[in-house]
Design a protein around this ligand. Sequence first.
Ligand code: ZN
Length: 494
Amino acid sequence: MLIVVMLAVNVYVIFRLTGLDESPCLCSGFKQFAVTDDSENSSPHKLVFVVWDFEDFENDVSDTVKNLSSTEAGIVIISDHSPYPPLPLRNSDSVHLVTTDTHLSSSVAESRPEFYISGASYVFLIPDGIRITGSLQNAVKFLQEVSAVDQTIAMVAFPVDTINLLCFDLNVDAKRWTLEYKSAENDTVCDVVDSKEFVLLMSKETLLNLSSPFLRPFSNAVFIQTAYHGLRLIIDRQKILSIHITSLYEGGHNRWKHREAEQRRFHHLYDKLGFKLIKHVNGRQEWYGCNKDTDRCFDTVIDDMPQYIYQGRWTPPCCLRALRETARHVFRIFESEHVRYWLEGGSLLGAARTGDIIPWDYDIDIGIYQDDISHSKHLSQIYHTGIAVVDNDGFVWEKATEGDFYRVQYSQSNHLHVDIFPFYSRNGTMTKDTWFKSHRQDTEFPESFLQPLEKISFIGVNVSVPNNVRAFLDFKFGVGVIENPRLPNANAVL
Ligand code: ZN
């Protein structure tokens, strides 16, 4: 009974510390807790330490392991290659070095960290250089208590004694390929912390349910994945464990090498998990997607459905940004050359809906009067020579290979583009010579829609559109399309 009372006090302390006492009923949390209470005489939890984020050229793994060996927990060191120089580890049944690259001598099971972790029920993720004192079983008990009260809390961060860990929230927007760090509403329960100087405890299930538990760098990789699943951490402010850390990379050269390696690992991490835009709390934005010097982010589009749609994602933000830039460039030039142009197809639909590109669209379509090709310096040059032109800003103007229309590409390597379709009037009907049979909206239409052209705000500039946009879109796509846009080949998405 005494234990139950003490634990109740403990839970109350947690409530006070975390601000969870705003929740309507303390008692329900207590009841949940009492059910999961494992009393003194139940057997201790099987524990394992995992160390996987260290540098070959300078590390403290051997001493870290020595310190951890004095506890009851097993130790697994994971590396994606055989560390060089080799780690000076003493042979022990409770310490395993797992290298996940290919070895002729080891079985596939032996190269998988899960093989060594699956026997444990709780896992401590350890940064290099850590020294721990305190009861690991009490640490686990703390995690059980808090997650009994709030099931979204799946991890405890035990900070190094000398530091004040800062809590942040993380918006993992996979659909938009975007990570956004935000100030946390609570300074003790949140999605991510801002340092590497802590030990992270979670259940084995939490860890192994992640798609890539051992991606580096330490903690960033884990927290992106846990936040994606709506799981949070609590910072241990009670000092259940006392944690120290050995300083590493104090020498200038190694500090530089470490920083460079971290940068490469961040690249790899974002690439693996599919994030191209990172928004930091201070407003800084990091872009990891395509730019003028790289390829486009996605392959040739088949059946109007880019590959990312099948992954439940929209057009990468770098691509949308590049499309907007290309389109503004084309609009500016056509305006100055008095080329009569208008938004067509999905681009007009996006303009009418939100003034922007439809989030899953992958190019921009505009129509022009065929007669006005002669007003356009670049188009008339291509018309006469058939040879592509790279303009002063690096955009590539060319004749499309698929038919009688033109294309402006973002750059020579990045083929995000604006398609330009020349139309001519035949007895008051606008027509052209190349048609896409699978595109319902690719049809002739009355010239009256272009007499006069109107202006609409699109991607931050005023651009030409047919008059009576709604009637034009209803005519081309079917009635009501502005309210109900569909994926081009929606039936293909299960
Ligand atoms: Zn891109």
